[in-house]
Design a protein. Structure first.
Length: 305
């Protein structure tokens, strides 16, 4: 299994096993044709005339086509899913150890643009369900759009003081930099801006803001000391690597629009059985348990206040 942290699209490549299978089918089909010719004593000059155009096309397709990536799965996932998704994929692969699954993490808006431009992703997990819906509206979805969770944002800072941090303190002189995800294409950044504006502090603290390409990078800015505090995903703050170094205040959801998140099988993977199996697995009890542990509210469940 391969994890790709950046939003770079995976290279499109043919499955060598399937390509070999295509060629075996081609030769088997040719052998059958030769047996029919011999049985009915069809001459070489008569034989081409009896080949229907559709059969010729089939032979060419079997010989040359590199099959769609059956047994391989390329996932584009919002950065807030990094720790939860890795655990879910590992659990899934315990049942299917031979399957090849790669994951790219980044901002949902960037992935939307990449998939629209032909990036070879099979599944798209977005921090904003409207992005998969946009793919479906353009005929780029291979399944229905499904919700998988609702996320939360927190004010996170190193040390134990983060639990007492509030928006009013962001104007303090000792806080020089505040990290959020870029609101232009990251749903968590949009919700951070909405909350700061609703709290009436945006204009005062805007000069202090630094923008991460995605929510994971915003958290990294605080971890590395490039910012004193950040608005990050609860799912990241609950990971042991962050939980051991800092603390957080849960931002009231009344200050921003809900972070309803959703996923979809892309059009290129509509016939990929592995994509369907993994999409179905997301709704299974083991996968739901992982999501709950990382602070996500599941479809049909109430969020914590």
């Amino acid at each position: 299994m391969t994890f790709v942290i950046s939003g770079a699209a995976p290279e499109r490549k043919a499955c060598s096993h399937c390509a070999l299978q295509n060629r075996c089918e081609f030769f088997a089909f040719m052998a059958l044709i030769l047996q029919i010719r011999a049985h009915f004593r069809i001459s070489c000059s008569q034989f081409p005339k009896l080949m229907r155009p559709a059969q010729r096309i089939l032979l060419l397709a079997l010989a040359l086509s590199p099959c769609a990536s059956a047994g391989e799965l390329h996932i584009a996932a919002a950065s807030d899913l990094k720790f939860a998704m890795e655990e879910i994929v590992n659990n899934f692969k315990n049942q299917a150890p031979d399957e090849q699954i790669s994951i790219s993490y980044g901002s949902s808006g960037m992935f939307l643009a990449q998939i629209q431009q032909g990036a070879p992703y099979d599944l798209f997990f977005s921090a904003d369900i409207d992005y998969p819906r946009a793919l479906a509206a353009k005929g780029l979805a291979g399944s229905e759009v499904r919700p998988y969770a609702r996320g939360r944002i927190v004010l996170w800072s190193p040390g134990p003081g983060g639990a007492k941090m509030r928006f009013e303190r962001l104007g303090d002189a000792q806080i020089a930099r505040i990290a959020i995800a870029n609101p232009k294409h990251a749903p968590y950044g949009k919700r951070a801006e909405e909350a700061l504006r609703a709290a009436g502090v945006w204009a005062n603290i805007e000069p202090k803001l630094i923008f991460g390409e995605n929510i994971a990078q915003a958290a990294q800015f605080v971890q590395t000391g490039n910012a004193q505090v950040g608005i990050v995903a609860l799912s990241l703050a609950l990971n042991p690597s962050l939980a051991a170094k800092g603390s957080y205040w849960l931002i009231p959801e009344t200050l921003h629009q809900p972070l309803e998140q959703g996923y979809v099988v892309t059009a290129r993977a509509a016939r990929n059985p592995l994509a369907k199996r993994f999409a179905d697995y997301i709704g299974s009890p083991p996968a739901r348990a992982v999501m709950t542990r990382y602070g996500f509210a599941l479809p049909g469940e109430r969020l914590a206040p």
